[in-house]
Write a protein that binds this ligand. Structure first.
Ligand code: NDP
Length: 278
């Protein structure tokens, strides 16, 4: 069972680097004032992990918010990702350097392969290993990788991915993938942890939320944490940024966990990793 004391509680990645269990997602938070303010609110609320990507086009605002917060850079865990087009164009190293430049940072804490682009992701992983060896990413990992993608990387690579960030929530629990990741020391991380805000009015979640005096969003985040899955809910609204943080003052019992486990439908809001539309 993960130690979930407060928002600073961390998982230890397979290379010893600490990563907060709860972070802040920034997909579709528009570059400029909106992204800047959202990240400032998140840092004020106590989040110490921020997830961005070159695709989100908000790395510059994330970097600025981190600097202006006055919080030491070492106390904040920054994740960014290499986009598919850069993999296809064979410009992964350049893309990484461009991300660092936009963030105005010398290092990131975690650099991820955003999607397993067919015919490219193994080569991409080799470049991430070089980046890791250069010390400019404290950890490297993947995103949206299924078991067969991970097996290919484990076979050809020399660094085991520290993290696999995948769509994960009560309706999509990918149990075999989760087991595989555990067996290989790969930390699972949930994207769309709140089902994009669209699956929260579910009677089971609402009943459990009422029982604990919490919201369905808080129950879902807590369930992910108790499953030992790193989670990065996104909100552009200050009150929800705080709401999503307040998940360390209650815990779900076995019956609650079992009922939420029972909601799995292998339902995806996003793309299937073997059928990339982008
Ligand atoms: P989430 O499941 O985090 O849902 C975000 C949506 O839920 C927003 O519409 C938000 O609206 C709403 N919301 C937030 N908090 C609450 C709440 N307490 N009650 C009700 N609704 C709420 O989806 P994301 O797709 O954003 O995933 C999280 C993060 O994962 C991303 O931001 C990104 O960092 C990462 N990600 C990674 C992907 C990958 O391929 N690796 C793909 C997609 C996401 P509002 O903002 O208006 O509050």
């Amino acid at each position: 069972m993960a130690m979930l004391e407060d928002i600073r509680s961390c998982t230890t990645l397979n290379n010893g680097v600490l990563m907060p269990w709860l972070g802040f997602g920034t997909y579709k938070v528009p570059e400029g004032e909106e992204a800047y303010q959202a990240v400032r609110h998140a840092l004020d609320a106590g989040y110490r992990s921020i997830d961005t990507a070159s695709l989100y086009e908000n790395e510059a605002s994330v970097g600025r918010a981190v600097r202006d917060s006055g919080i030491p850079r070492n106390d904040i865990f920054i994740t960014t990702k290499v986009w598919n087009d850069d993999q296809r164009a064979g410009r992964v190293l350049q893309a990484f350097e461009e991300s660092l430049a936009r963030l105005e940072m010398d290092t990131v804490d975690l650099y991820l392969v955003h999607w397993p682009v067919p015919g490219r992701f193994i080569e991409t992983w080799g470049v991430l290993e070089e980046i890791y060896r250069s010390g400019r990413a404290r950890a490297i990992g993947v995103s949206n990788h299924l078991i067969h993608h991970l097996q290919a990387i484990l076979k050809s690579g020399s660094v085991v991915p520290a993290v696999n960030q995948v769509e994960f929530h009560p309706l999509l629990q990918s149990k075999d993938l989760h087991t595989f990741c555990r067996q290989h020391g790969i930390q699972l991380e949930a994207w769309a942890p709140l089902m994009k805000g669209r699956g929260l009015s579910n009677p089971v979640l609402e009943e459990i939320a009422a029982k604990h005096g919490k919201t369905a969003a808080q129950v879902v985040i807590r369930w992910e944490l108790q499953k030992e899955v790193v989670t990065i809910p996104k909100s552009a609204k200050k009150e929800r940024i705080y709401e999503n943080r307040d998940v360390f003052d209650f815990s779900l019992d076995e019956e609650d966990m079992r009922r939420i486990d029972g909601l799995d439908q292998e339902y995806r809001y996003g793309a299937h990793p073997d059928r990339l539309p982008f």
